[in-house]
Ligand binder design. Structure first.
Ligand code: WTA
Length: 734
């Protein structure tokens, strides 16, 4: 591999590093701990009340014998080797799945908690590990099979050799035409087309840090992220097919550039991949000297080869922006060595990928699932990974099963929302097609047991082992899942912790909620692991505060045991040790498995001139799990009207994207508030979900609650559900 250019001043985390020298320990003090306790405590009470009313234990189902006979993870010795007494050295086994240019000397460095370092001293290149090293044995094997949404367009196969050629040409263009080098950040706003992973891998080849923004996000959302990451190059696609419609995407780049500029970030180049090379498919004009069609530029780089730039194990590989508890999304910064090792290991043992498998993860690469389990994990194992452009139910609910039949997919990976949708639209469709899955995954949100059973019986036809994988953008890879060939499955539960992960559930006072206690608490991971993010891009204090302040035992300690990771999810664990994730305990809503921040939506609403206050709450939805519902109050002297409501919807779509579109918008005379003026969102959530509001006597304005209820539910309100609002547990009907 070629040596990296050393250019210390361009180091991507230069900004954060200064602050990092004096770790943000000052943030982890008693006062901040007390504060977060207060914010979260009510939520756990809600979860507990739900458990008391709705808790139902589900049965254990053994994995099919045919699956077990071929499973990668079946050796009890291997499982044993990941026990806590072997931590952190156990993760050597994951690191050894990779090719290192220079082998590392220290598995885990804990000297600056919580900024852990993994496989210290190692040098490697992620693209080399995902592409080059497979050429000797697998050059003619399909790396990606791209399935366009229009059914008349045939699937396109990209072999490892072809991927190598295209990644090299793209890397040459990024380096020599766009002037990018190791440590620079680049923002990629693209749909599910092969050029997306090609661009990511080309960045990784150069050590350029990619920041992929989900294609469905708006231009403005992209611009904000580009500005935060300090990208001066944007990579776009002209358009794509979605649900039978051509989406003209390039125009978003122009909005992104304007937005970034307002934030003080100049974008000087936009590279536009064309879905149909040499054909104009977008209405948006190209700006001379700024916008370039990639297919034209690439003509100068045909056949160019670029040596993979050797990277420190700790060099950042990518940023992935995700929603949190504030209005501003945070850039989760993932490292090269630890991340790649972790996704390779979990892909091997939990996705059970073998050389001959055809693996299809239906997520979007614009989310973490796509990064870890469409691109980096599967390619590190030389898998064949299917890339589907469109929506699952286009043109009908049989489409996924036709794709599976045609490509002979045998590992299938999707979200509960997609499963619910396909079950509703075509419950009998899978039976019509001749495919056979050996393994299936669900990810992103809790799955109801009855939906799980349809997945197992009808989609999997009883042949497939299912893993319900719980994890997060921050965690890089899976944290809880059954071992598909060793553990029985349990509908609705993620299962035990995966290899090398040691969770605990604590209540607000750090008292352990023990297995079998039938109570909810905050799930935490007691140890670091190689896949955990390094920091929040440009804001290390936020990293410490958000994930470690709550349960840190001793801010002066350099022992990892004192720094448990707070995940932000409520969970419970019965006596069998299978974790059941109950939902977020913060201001994050999972809409159709996509993560949105209520605060981001509220901030968008407040940009509408007439709006005085806005509150966003999650409402249970039969298909999407949760959807946002918006409450607004109008400034004094202004009258509510339809135009205002339309403006709110419009502004949410332009600032965030269509996925954040609210189900309903309620204009209320006032918000229910505490005496200190805080909006009581849980009371609003109770009303939206037609549940009891709980004790409201401490509100500053308790009378408003009945008024809002009448307004939202009408006088003939349907009977209230048992238990307080917000979280509907599995097994509830309707
Ligand atoms: C939720 C997606 C229940 C959880 C990989 C988490 C789940 C958030 C599951 C992270 C699961 C993810 N069961 N809930 N199997 N998987 N979640 O960052 O609330 O987009 O905190 O990462 O999704 O969403 P994110």
């Amino acid at each position: 591999m070629a040596k990296s250019r050393s250019n210390k001043s361009r180091k991507p985390d230069a900004r954060s590093k200064a602050k990092r020298q004096a770790p943000a320990k000052s943030q982890v003090n008693e006062s901040s701990r007390g504060k977060s306790n207060k914010a979260f405590s009510l939520k756990l009470e809600d979860l507990n009340a739900q458990i008391a009313v709705h808790w139902k234990e589900e049965e254990h189902i053994p994995p099919p014998a045919s699956f077990v006979a071929q499973a990668n993870l079946i050796d009890p010795g291997l499982v044993e080797s990941f026990r806590e007494e072997n931590f952190p050295e156990c993760f050597r086994q994951y690191a050894d799945l990779l090719d290192w240019e220079h082998y590392w000397h220290t598995t885990l460095d804990t000297s600056k908690p919580p900024f852990w370092k993994w496989f210290v001293g190692g040098k490697l290149n992620a693209c080399y590990n995902c592409v080059d090293r497979h050429l000797a044995k697998h050059k003619n094997k399909a790396a990606f099979i791209f399935v366009p949404e229009p059914e008349h367009e045939a699937p396109q196969v990209l072999t490892y050799r072809e991927l190598y050629v295209r990644v090299n040409e793209t890397a040459a263009m990024l380096r020599d035409f766009a002037g990018l080098q190791a440590g620079d950040r680049v923002t990629i706003h693209m749909p599910m087309i092969p050029e997306l992973p090609i661009t990511m891998l080309a960045c990784a080849r150069l050590g350029v840090v990619h920041s992929v923004v989900f294609g469905g996000f708006s231009g403005e959302a992209c611009g904000l992220r580009a500005a935060d990451s300090g990208s001066r190059v944007l990579i776009y696609a002209d358009g794509y097919w979605r649900n039978g419609k051509w989406i003209d995407h390039k125009g978003n780049a122009d909005i992104a550039i304007e937005t970034a500029k307002k934030e003080g970030q100049e974008i000087d180049k936009v590279l536009v991949w064309r879905r149909y090379p040499r054909k104009a498919s977008s209405e948006a004009p190209m700006v001379m000297g700024r916008d370039y069609f990639v297919d034209e530029v690439l003509q100068d780089y045909a056949g160019k080869v670029v040596g993979p730039v050797s990277q420190d194990s700790e060099a950042p590989l990518f940023l992935m922006y995700t929603s949190g508890t504030t209005g501003k999304p945070k850039g989760c910064q993932h490292r090269t060595g630890g991340y790649l090792a972790y996704v390779a290991g979990t892909s091997k043992y939990y996705q059970d990928i073998h050389p001959g498998d055809v693996y299809w993860c239906m997520a979007d690469i614009g989310w973490i699932t796509g990064h870890s389990y469409i691109v980096y994990g599967p390619l590190a194992l030389a898998a064949t990974s299917v890339l589907y452009e469109g929506v699952p139910q286009y043109p009908d609910a049989g489409r996924p099963w036709r794709i599976a039949e045609r490509l002979d997919v045998n590992i299938f990976h999707t979200s509960p929302t997609a499963i619910r949708m396909l079950r509703k639209a075509g419950p009998g469709e899978p039976a019509k097609y001749n495919y056979k899955f050996k393994h299936m995954t669900t990810v992103g949100e809790p799955i109801e047991p009855e939906v799980w059973r349809w997945y197992f019986d009808v989609v999997g036809k009883g042949h497939a082992a299912i893993v319900d994988t719980w994890w997060q953008t921050e965690t890089g890879g899976v944290l809880c899942s059954t071992k598909p060939g060793m553990d029985p499955m349990k509908p609705g539960s993620a299962g035990p912790a995966v290899l090398g992960i040691y969770p605990v559930i604590w209540d607000e006072n750090r008292k352990e909620v023990k297995p079998g206690q039938n109570a909810a608490g905050n799930i935490c991971i007691r140890n670091p692991w190689p896949g955990i993010m390094q920091t929040v891009w440009g804001d290390p204090d936020r990293f410490t505060k958000q994930y470690y302040a709550k349960y840190c035992k001793d801010v002066n300690s350099t022992d990892w045991r004192d720094w448990p990771y707070f995940a932000g999810d409520g969970a419970m664990v019965p006596a069998d040790g299978y974790y059941r994730i109950l939902g977020r305990v913060d201001d994050v809503i999972n809409v159709a498995g996509h993560r949105l921040g209520t605060k981001e939506i509220e901030s968008a609403c407040l940009t509408v001139n007439e709006i005085a206050e806005a509150a966003v709450v999650p409402v249970v939805d039969e298909i999407k799990g949760r959807v946002p519902e918006v409450y607004i109050s109008i400034k004094p002297g202004m009258k509510p009207n339809k135009q205002i409501i339309d403006n709110v919807t419009q502004v949410i779509e332009t600032m965030i994207g269509k996925i954040a579109r609210p189900k309903r918008i309620h204009v209320v005379p006032d918000m229910p508030k505490t005496r200190s003026g805080k909006i009581m969102r849980r009371v609003l959530a109770a009303i939206s979900n037609r549940m009891h509001t709980g004790d409201i006597t401490t509100l500053a304005n308790p009378d408003i609650v009945e008024q809002i209820r009448e307004l939202v539910q009408g006088r003939a309100a349907t009977p209230l559900q048992e238990g307080p609002a917000d979280i509907k547990l599995f097994g509830e009907e309707g």
